[in-house]
Design a protein around this ligand. Structure first.
Ligand SMILES: [Fe+2]
Length: 438
């Protein structure tokens, strides 16, 4: 989109004019192609003593609580002390500690504790396991709009991951959403620890809300390790038992943000999703409970994309789309973000394979920087529903400005600057009378 067209969109949006997505005639296959993948980083070692917390990350629980997760090598209390002033911790909470083994690997002590109630849009300082050597801080999300999300998938831990994280760190945002494929540990468990250390500066400061990708399954020898998602579930526990419609599974869940103005649905591509499965039944319940009079935007995240014109992972999301697309369409879900394909692609509003003004915007954002490199080959010609596609590493930002408008931007890393390469305004389907499903 040209700068002039964008400026017109911004002016129109500011004036409250309902905007639709650009017509497919503006479909763009960007010619920008990044340099080759950067090498996997050497494992980030932890050289502090066994009581020192490491791999700290947080996730939102309900409207006013936060789960703090961290690991110590040795036994240590699962206690978080916290407060609003650095160095002063008038509050504390104690949670649980677990460990797991995977072949010859034995995890450290994996702790988590839920703290709160917390004030919105407030910075809290905290320390873990009563350890005085490391203080962390986070900012809670706002209780109302506007709210700013970062969306990035397939992160891994390469030089490109590092540059993506640097660009995200420079953003002012409230919450990070990750549609699967975190560490690319791929059975080698020390890489999960290394990943935890790599993302800690960001993940300890803003809630990281994640769902699983294929790299989280780690089920290679059914007899020895019949239980999939062993490391993922132990290390990245999400609030599946909180909120209005608890799912009972760490592999899919939902939550409200900004006082319920935004509802985020995390779907699981690698657990049952067919009609009649627990996930499918839960999704029906979850969508039925949404009051679009109060919830301006509903977004869903999934790993394998339901719409994809990249040659990589063609049609892998088709079965899930067949099972669930009508549910999301009926609830007027505004956008679906996917990972898996290591490139960026934005579709028009689509449903049933065709443009539909009441269907979700579909975006593939599996371009965080993993070691498998970019997916550079696309189908030709570009489908009419594909509005923009480019094989570069980068990240997305979704800023829900008010009850009718959200701004989506995609920034390619472009070596060492986060260049804005694609952006548009999204109008809430709940505010569009033509899409009323009353
Ligand atoms: Fe994947």
């Amino acid at each position: 989109m040209s700068n002039v067209a964008l400026a017109l969109l911004v002016v129109a949006a500011a004036a409250g004019v309902a905007l639709s997505l650009p017509p497919a005639s503006l479909a763009v296959t960007s010619t920008y192609v990044r340099p080759k993948p950067r090498a996997t980083l050497s494992l980030l070692v932890h050289d502090a003593d066994g009581q020192t917390p490491q791999q700290v990350h947080i996730s939102a629980v309900g409207s006013d609580k936060m789960r703090v997760s961290w690991i110590t090598d040795d036994d240590a209390p699962a206690t978080v002390e916290y407060g609003r002033t650095s160095g002063q911790y008038p509050f504390s909470a104690t949670g649980n500690t677990i460990t797991y083994s995977y072949f010859l690997y034995h995890s450290g002590k994996i702790h988590d504790a839920v703290i709160g109630p917390l004030e919105p849009s407030t910075t809290y300082y905290y320390r873990c396991s009563n350890n005085t050597s490391r203080e962390f801080s986070f900012r809670t999300p706002p209780a109302s709009l506007p709210v700013k999300f970062v969306v990035v998938g397939d992160l891994g831990q390469t030089g490109w991951t590092k540059s993506t994280l640097q660009h995200i760190a420079a953003a002012d945002y409230d919450m990070l959403l990750l549609p699967g494929d975190l560490s690319y540990a791929d059975f080698y468990q020390p890489r999960w620890d290394s990943y935890g250390r790599l993302v800690e500066p960001l993940a300890s400061a803003r809630p990281w809300m994640v769902t699983e990708g294929n790299h989280e399954v780690e089920k290679i020898v059914p007899l020895l390790h019949p239980q999939p998602f062993k490391a993922y579930n132990a290390r990245w526990r999400m609030p599946y038992d909180a909120g209005a419609s608890p799912s009972g599974s760490n592999l899919y869940y939902s939550f409200d943000v900004a006082g319920g103005a935004v509802h985020v649905i995390m779907l699981g591509s690698y657990t049952g999703y067919a009609v009649g499965t627990a996930q499918h039944r839960w999704l029906q319940r979850d969508l039925a409970a949404i009051d679009r009079g109060k919830t301006a935007f509903v977004v869903a995240l999934v790993h394998a994309p339901w719409y994809n014109s990249n040659r990589a992972h063609q049609r892998e999301g088709d079965a899930m789309r067949a099972a669930m697309e009508a549910l999301l369409y009926g609830a007027r879900v505004d956008a679906v973000f996917a990972g898996h394909v290591h490139a960026y692609e934005r579709f028009s509003r689509v449903y049933g394979g065709r443009e539909d003004p009441c269907g979700p915007l579909h975006v593939t954002i599996g371009d965080g920087g993993n070691r498998e490199g970019l997916a550079e080959r696309y189908t030709d010609p570009q489908p009419a529903t594909s509005a923009f596609r480019e094989a570069s590493f980068g990240h997305g930002r979704l800023e829900v400005v008010n009850a009718t408008h959200a701004r989506w931007t995609w920034r390619r890393n472009d070596d060492d600057e986060a260049v804005v390469a694609d952006q548009l305004w999204i109008t809430s389907l709940a505010s569009n009378p033509a899409c009323s499903n009353e």
